[in-house]
Design a protein around this ligand. Structure first.
Ligand SMILES: CCCCC/C=C\C/C=C\C/C=C\C/C=C/CCCC(=O)SCCNC(=O)CCNC(=O)[C@H](O)C(C)(C)COP(=O)(O)OP(=O)(O)OC[C@H]1O[C@@H](n2cnc3c(N)ncnc32)[C@H](O)[C@@H]1OP(=O)(O)O
Length: 201
């Protein structure tokens, strides 16, 4: 098995867009720059309000296909004493990158996420994240993100490049546990339902 082959046989897709990739196009109905995107699912570990130990990450639309987000590291997010767990930081990057797809009005899931941990992130610090979509090729969406500490212009602590793949609603109804899927579909917050289920009809 070569380094680029996975047990699924589907291989490890490149994070470099192919030659026929196009620049991303912001959807005309995307939230205005500066507008909070809100949570896409209240049980989401990264952005949901109903996860007591979640990241409660709040993302805001930027110009073009870009977002900013903030996340303050809590004691529940530790790996080493007093420091954020790397997987939690990767979650923050993944969520910020994933929220870009809302500006494209596409439902997509992370296919590949390559993270760099540049410096440790202490508990109590706020990670200031920025992400932008760099290219789209068919169902493949390429994007990049970084997180800074000490303020939006502070030093880069983490960064990531990602490939998301567009999916249809049946991705969730087929693979997700039915009780959560049905509960999410009957959420009284219709904006959330629309965001989760009615994009890209
Ligand atoms: C239940 C309530 C909640 C519902 C919420 C619903 C929606 C949410 C709405 C808004 C969301 C907003 C923000 C969300 C933020 C979330 C951030 C977190 C996101 C995540 O954290 S999400 C969880 C982790 N994530 C997964 O859980 C994915 C697991 N994974 C899979 O589910 C499959 O793996 C999948 C579907 C990715 C692909 O599966 P598939 O069968 O569709 O793939 P396929 O083979 O068709 O490839 C597809 C294209 O990749 C090309 N390709 C493949 N292999 C290649 C290689 N080696 N080299 C070059 N290209 C390659 C092909 O060529 C083709 O491209 P093309 O179509 O252009 O040819």
């Amino acid at each position: 098995m070569s380094a680029a082959t996975t047990p699924s046989g589907r291989g490890r897709p490149s994070l470099t867009p192919p030659a026929d990739a196009k620049p991303p196009v912001r959807h005309p109905d995307a939230p205005a720059p500066g507008e909070l995107l809100g949570s896409h699912y209240d049980q989401c570990f990264a952005c949901g309000e109903d996860q007591p130990h979640g990241l409660h990450l709040a993302a805001r639309a930027g110009e073009g296909v870009s977002v900013t987000a903030e996340f303050t590291v809590q004691p529940a997010h530790q790996g080493a004493p007093g420091l954020a767990h790397g997987g939690v930081l990767a979650t923050a990057l993944d969520e910020t990158l994933g929220s870009l797809n809302w500006l494209l009005r596409v439902i997509a899931v992370t296919r590949r996420l390559e993270s760099d941990f540049v410096q440790p992130v202490p508990v109590g610090s706020t990670l200031h994240l920025t992400a932008r979509c760099t290219a789209v090729a068919g169902r493949k969406i390429y994007s990049t993100a970084e997180g800074r500490v000490g303020g939006p212009d502070g030093p880069v602590a983490v960064r990531a490049d990602a490939l998301f793949v567009e999916v249809k609603l049946d991705h969730f109804t087929t693979h997700g546990r039915s009780e959560e899927v049905h509960a999410a579909m009957s959420d009284p917050d219709q904006v959330k339902v629309a965001r989760a289920f009615e994009v890209n009809p």
